[in-house]
Write a protein that binds this ligand. Structure first.
Ligand SMILES: O=C(O)CCC(=O)C(=O)O
Length: 333
C-alpha cells in the first residue's frame, strides 16, 4: 500500500513535468492502458486524445492538469469583459452576480471589488467563448463523449480576505449541485486567469476521492459567515491527503464532480480570478432528488428562482433552462 506522503510525491512529480512529457504518446486505446496499468477504465473514454499516462492519472486521481491551455490573449479578453460587467457597461440576461458576505454587507462599489463571482454567463458571447474553445472541448470529450452540454459557467473573483476567512471555499463535491447523471460523464474545466498558489487561495483537491460516494452537504458553521450557495461536506473529516494546485495563467484543470475540493483564503491584496465551466454529456438524464442528500440544495435553488425571477420551477428545470449545447447533438439534457 502506498503511504499518503509517497502518493503526494508521485502527484507533485506529475504536476512539475513539462506539458510535452505529459501529452506525448502514440498509443491511446483503452486496451493498451488497461493492460499496461492493470485497471479497468471507467472515468475516461477511448477517443485517442489523452495519452495512456494521462488516462491512468485521471482514473486514479479524478483530475488532470494541462499546462498553458488557454492563451494569455483570451484570458485578457475575459478579464476585460468581466470588468465591463462590473462597471455595468453590459447587461447580460440571466447572469448571477455574487458578492462576498463581507463585501455584501459593506458599501456598494461599482467595480470588481464588489463582485466575488459571476455565474451563468451563457448569454454573454465573449465569456461564453471560453466554454467553446476547441482546445478545452478536445479534453472535455475524453470524459463526456462527443455530445457536449455546457451546464454551469462561473468566473470566480476571489477577493482579498477581509480578515474573516470568508474568501475560503469549503471542501465539497460539485455533484451535490447537479440533478443529472451519470456522474462519470460530467467534468469541470477550471482555468487560472493568473498565477495561483497557496497565498491567493489556489484550488485544493483530495486525489482519489472521485471514487467515493456523494456526501451530505450544508452550510459550514464558520464564525465569519459563509457565502451564499457555498455548501461544504457536513462533519468533514477525511483521511485523504490534500494537494494544493499551484497553477500559472492559462493552465487548466479538468476534474470529476465527485472529487472533493475547495479553495483557501486569499491572503494577498489582489483578486484571484479563474474561469470555469461544468460540462456534461448531452446523453445524461435528469434525476429527482427528493429524499436524497441533494434535497436541501434543490429546495434552495427552487426558492431562489421564485424570489429572484418569479419562476416556479423544478430543480431539474432550472438546469435544463441554463444548459447550452457546445458540440454535437442535444440528445437528452
Ligand atoms: O475557484 C474557487 O475558489 C473554487 C471554486 C469551486 O470549487 C466551485 O465553485 O465549485
Amino acid at each position: 500500500m502506498f503511504r499518503a506522503t509517497d502518493r503526494l510525491k508521485v502527484l507533485l512529480h506529475h504536476l512539475d513535468r513539462p506539458p510535452a512529457a505529459v501529452t506525448a504518446s502514440s498509443c491511446t486505446s483503452a486496451q493498451a492502458v488497461s493492460a499496461h496499468y492493470r485497471v479497468p477504465l471507467r472515468y475516461t473514454l477511448d477517443n485517442d486524445h489523452l495519452s495512456p499516462e494521462q488516462r491512468h492519472f485521471y482514473e486514479e486521481n479524478g483530475f488532470l492538469l494541462i499546462k498553458n491551455l488557454v492563451s494569455a490573449e483570451d484570458i485578457d479578453r475575459f478579464r476585460e469583459e468581466f470588468e465591463r460587467i462590473c462597471r455595468r457597461e453590459v447587461q447580460v440576461p440571466g447572469l448571477v452576480v455574487m458578492r462576498d458576505v463581507t463585501i455584501a454587507k459593506s458599501e456598494f462599489v461599482p467595480d470588481q471589488r464588489a463582485v466575488s463571482k459571476l455565474q451563468d454567463f451563457q448569454e454573454d458571447p465573449e465569456l461564453f467563448r471560453y466554454c467553446k474553445l476547441p482546445q478545452i472541448l478536445k479534453y472535455v470529450e475524453c470524459f463526456t463523449g462527443p455530445n457536449i452540454m455546457a451546464m454551469h459557467t462561473m468566473l470566480i473573483n476571489k477577493p482579498p480576505d477581509a480578515g474573516k476567512k470568508t474568501s475560503r471555499h469549503p471542501m465539497h463535491q460539485d455533484l451535490h449541485y447537479f440533478p443529472f447523471r451519470p456522474a462519470d460523464r460530467i467534468v469541470c474545466a477550471w482555468t487560472a486567469m493568473e498565477n495561483v498558489d497557496r497565498n491567493n487561495g489556489c484550488l485544493v483537491v483530495q486525489p482519489g476521492t472521485h471514487k467515493e460516494t456523494l456526501k451530505e452537504h450544508d452550510y459550514p458553521e464558520w464564525e465569519g459567515g459563509v457565502n451564499k450557495m457555498y455548501h461544504g461536506i457536513r462533519d468533514y473529516r477525511s483521511h485523504h491527503p490534500r494537494l494544493h494546485l499551484v497553477m500559472e495563467k492559462g493552465d487548466t484543470v479538468f476534474f470529476h464532480p465527485l472529487l472533493i475540493h475547495g479553495s483557501g483564503m486569499n491572503k494577498t491584496q489582489g483578486f484571484r480570478k479563474a474561469i470555469s465551466c461544468h460540462y456534461a454529456s448531452a446523453d445524461c438524464y435528469y434525476i429527482d432528488v427528493t429524499g436524497t442528500t441533494q434535497e436541501n440544495i434543490g429546495n434552495e435553488i427552487k426558492e431562489l428562482a421564485l424570489q429572484k425571477y418569479d419562476l416556479d420551477i423544478k430543480f431539474q428545470e432550472s438546469w435544463a433552462l441554463r444548459a447550452c449545447l457546445v458540440q454535437g447533438e442535444r440528445t437528452s439534457l
